[in-house]
Design a protein around this ligand. Structure first.
Ligand SMILES: NCc1[nH]cc(CCC(=O)O)c1CC(=O)O
Length: 322
């Protein structure tokens, strides 16, 4: 008798489906399963975040708009796994659920996509219309170029690219990881250096959530977990949690490992980009491990929060974070 199927819950955007398929293929390969769809069926779900297109409503909805329905499927036992872009996962998970696995991370950097092929923010024409729904990218770009005109650009990756091609905006930023997973040529445009645009916490990382008591799911995922990626993501998410915990605030963090030495950069900005607080830490870990990495992230987040003081607290409260 074959074991019970272990369904994979996912959003239904092209990127989310591509990521769920990737997890399905990896699971089938490591467990030598011939019929991947039978063993690990894909359960596509529409989330509140996919239904709402209005920014004000999105902000009122708060955290977890893109994850709640997938988590409900886990808790109800309809799914064994929920596949997420880790940057869309709130810093704190509901009780009884955990991220059991982080796949080896893709390039976490953003690419600039612009009419006229500007490769850097500095190369954009005066007053260019910058389309983004990301308050982080908007604040970081405005910090460098206060003359840019921000325009709300929503929709999935393909929609945004066609709006750029149609001239609705002059420039936008997208994560290289998402473009790569969608097989888009734009992925190979020059990536922005972290000094120019520090990525969102956990950008480029796929995480898989399970019920904490689901031993079969945890065991199935163990060979897929990439410890260095998990440690870097833990540091970045702890930085975010120390400051705010929402994905709609201008907060960026990027960790790398050189051997067991963790280098973490983090920053917070006001939404208009007028203020930026940045800091970094380079610390040798006793071993590559998420707990130690998270402690470094938390400490750096607290330092940046202290540096930002009341100005930063007010900016976070007003940008819809909590
Ligand atoms: N918020 C949407 C989202 N969530 C994850 C990615 C990209 C893939 C990743 O970061 O792993 C994107 C698109 C983008 O920001 O370009």
């Amino acid at each position: 008798m074959s074991p019970a199927p272990q369904p994979i819950a996912t959003r239904t955007s092209p990127l989310a489906l591509a990521q769920a398929r990737l997890v399905q293929q990896r699971l089938a390969a490591v467990w030598d399963v011939a019929d991947a769809e039978a063993a690990f069926p894909i359960l596509g779900l529409t989330t509140t975040g996919d239904r709402i297109t209005d920014r004000a409503l999105l902000e009122a909805g708060g955290k977890g708009l893109f994850t709640k329905e997938l988590e409900r499927a886990l808790m109800d036992g309809e799914a064994s796994f929920a596949v997420h872009s880790m940057k869309d996962v709130p810093a704190r998970l509901p009780d009884g659920l955990e991220i059991a696995c982080v796949l080896e991370r893709e390039d976490p950097r953003d690419v600039l996509l612009a009419a006229g092929d500007a490769a850097r923010v500095a190369d954009l024409p005066e007053g260019a219309r910058l389309g983004t729904a990301s308050i982080r990218r908007q604040a970081q770009a405005m910090h460098l170029r206060p003359d840019l005109e921000p325009v709300l650009l929503r929709g999935n990756v393909d929609t945004r690219l066609s709006k750029l091609a149609a001239g609705e905006v002059d420039a936008t930023f997208l994560a290289r990881a998402g473009l790569r997973r969608l097989g888009r040529d734009e992925a190979e445009r020059p990536a922005l250096a972290p000094e120019e645009m520090l990525p969102a916490p956990a950008q480029g990382a796929i995480g898989i959530e399970i019920r904490a008591d689901d031993e079969a799911a945890r065991q199935a995922l163990a060979p897929l977990n990439d410890l260095p990626s998990a440690a870097c993501v833990a540091a970045e998410r702890a930085f975010l949690a120390a400051l705010d915990g929402s994905c709609r605030t201008p907060i960026a963090a990027y960790a790398t490992l050189d051997g067991a030495t963790l280098f973490l950069r983090g920053e917070a900005l006001t939404p208009d980009g007028s203020h930026k607080w940045a800091d970094a830490a380079r610390i040798a870990l006793p071993e590559i491990e998420t707990g130690a990495a998270a402690r470094i992230g938390k400490r750096l987040g607290e330092q940046v929060a202290a540096a930002g003081g009341e100005t930063l607290r007010r900016a976070i409260a007003e940008s819809g974070g909590t």
